[in-house]
Design a protein around this ligand. Structure first.
Ligand SMILES: [Zn+2]
Length: 471
């Protein structure tokens, strides 16, 4: 059992200040010393019970490139939660965290694909629609048989992640699963000496959905304790980087009524597409976005039907290479939305339609806070306290913290990889061109619903460079 005496004080023997945090274990005491007063621990002094120095661990010099690396990916932690804990004195072995802007939709597979620079995942989530075979694949059965890793390449980067059955169990007993994960996290850190070690803590995602900020904060306090012991035991000399894949809203939400939204527009929600009126939504978790697959030519009519329904924020689709968008008021360029509520919106939405996954959606929908869409089964058993997936700030902004680099105040998921210090070369891949169903033999039949033919906006990445200074 560990007894912690937490305190900060200054000692100024020369011209340097020493800010120390002291941790006492049964037989030794750990002092964390900030020699240069920049807020990051510079060395760990492990003292024996008689006060003599037992071990000294020096943290890497800022901006150096240590040979050994520990990367810990923590699912679904919003920037504010981590930053508030740092202000409280936790995670003080790291420089102040950056705001990491996740791609849109702010979903696990999409975000990790961008963060870890792996080949595009099968789709936005582990359940997907294949417009070539006209069928839904993946889902909970593949989760149970561990096949889901085949659909999302980023899992191969992790040296350890929770056993596959824990993901579903976490929705029934979130505290128990997250506690078991923390114990295993500690065991992994104690037992492994890989020069590069990448660990993934997945249980905070369901914990945040079900317990909101309170549950996530409690979990992170344990992560801090485990890491602190690891760093003082010698790990503190490594490059250590923590990051999350997206944020998490902090309010109860209810299911968006997609069936009725489509029905009012003359469409049907189906598992496969047999006619231009059929739409597929491969529902999986309970998230703030909807990925829709349509008959080729039905995109605009489907987007308009869904966007005007209560709970939808906006819907987007591609017309040729041009991104089109619509909300409850009609056509929009999305450019009038405030960047503090929708960070880097236009670029992220455009990438969502063209990047990240092997099967880009025909239509993407971002939901208002207070709404989610997904698995009816989970909706029946889970009282949602927060979610992610939408383009809004709370869902989209995670964190990045390093003990080596002073990372920028803001950065996008695509900019994170160099800070991780991994030797694995980044990968890439081109998403399939097929983003809609074109008939049983890939027939050329494309439906013209008579929508407005003129492009509203032609979006390129250069149109809206990522402006960190403005935030
Ligand atoms: Zn996630």
């Amino acid at each position: 059992m560990k007894l912690r005496l937490r305190g900060v004080w200054l000692v100024a023997p020369l011209l340097v200040s020493l800010a120390c945090r002291t941790t006492s274990a049964t037989s030794s005491i750990v002092r964390q010393v900030d020699v240069d007063g920049d807020g990051r621990t510079d060395r760990f002094e492990v003292l024996a019970s008689d006060g003599s120095l037992e071990r000294l661990i020096e943290a890497p010099l800022p901006d150096s490139d240590p040979d050994q690396v520990l990367v810990v990916a923590i699912d679904a932690v919003r920037y504010e939660i981590f930053a508030d804990l740092q202000r409280e004195g936790l995670f003080n072995s790291f420089f102040p965290a950056s705001r990491m802007v996740a791609p849109f939709p702010s979903l696990t597979n999409v975000s990790f694909t961008a963060l870890l620079k792996t080949r595009p995942s099968a789709a936005y989530e582990d359940r997907f629609y294949d417009p070539v075979e006209n069928r839904i694949g993946g889902g909970m059965m593949d989760r149970l048989t561990s096949r889901y890793k085949e659909f999302a390449d980023f899992h191969s980067v992790f040296d350890w992640e929770e056993p596959h059955l824990w993901g579903g169990a976490a929705y029934f007993v979130p505290e128990r699963v997250s506690w078991a994960e923390l114990l295993e996290f500690e065991r992994q850190l104690d037992s492994r000496d890989d020069p590069e070690l990448v660990l993934y803590l997945g249980s905070p995602d369901p914990l945040g959905h079900m317990r909101g900020r309170t549950g996530l904060e409690k979990y992170l306090r344990h992560v801090d304790r485990v890491l602190e012991a690891y760093l003082a035991a010698g790990g503190g000399a490594r490059r250590v980087v923590l990051f999350s894949d997206h944020g998490m809203s902090d309010a109860p939400s209810r299911m968006f009524d997609l069936d009725n939204a489509l029905e009012d527009g003359g469409f049907n929600l189906r598992d496969r597409i047999e006619s231009p009126k059929d739409v597929v939504a491969p529902a999986y978790g309970l998230v703030g976005s909807i990925q829709l697959y349509t008959w080729c030519g039905s995109e605009e009519a489907v987007a308009r039907a869904v966007a005007k329904y209560s709970g939808a924020d906006f819907a987007v689709w591609l017309e040729g290479d041009t991104m089109r968008a619509v909300d409850a008021d009609g056509d929009t360029t999305l450019r009038d939305r405030p960047s503090d509520e929708y960070p880097n919106l236009v670029e992220r939405v455009h990438q969502a339609l063209t990047n990240h996954t092997q099967r880009p959606a025909s239509v993407l929908v971002s939901l208002d806070d207070g709404y989610h869409y997904g698995s009816r089964f989970f909706d029946g058993i889970v009282n949602i306290q927060g979610t992610h997936g939408s383009a809004r700030y709370t869902s989209s902004v995670g964190f990045l913290a390093s003990n080596v680099d002073r990372t920028p105040e803001w950065l996008s998921a695509e900019e994170v990889y160099p800070y991780l210090g991994l030797t694995r070369p980044p990968e890439s891949g081109v998403p399939a061109a097929t983003r809609c169903y074109s008939g049983p033999d890939g027939a050329e039949e494309v439906v013209d619903w008579g929508g407005s033919p003129s492009p509203i906006s032609s979006i390129t990445v250069e149109d809206e460079p990522y402006d960190r200074e403005a935030r």
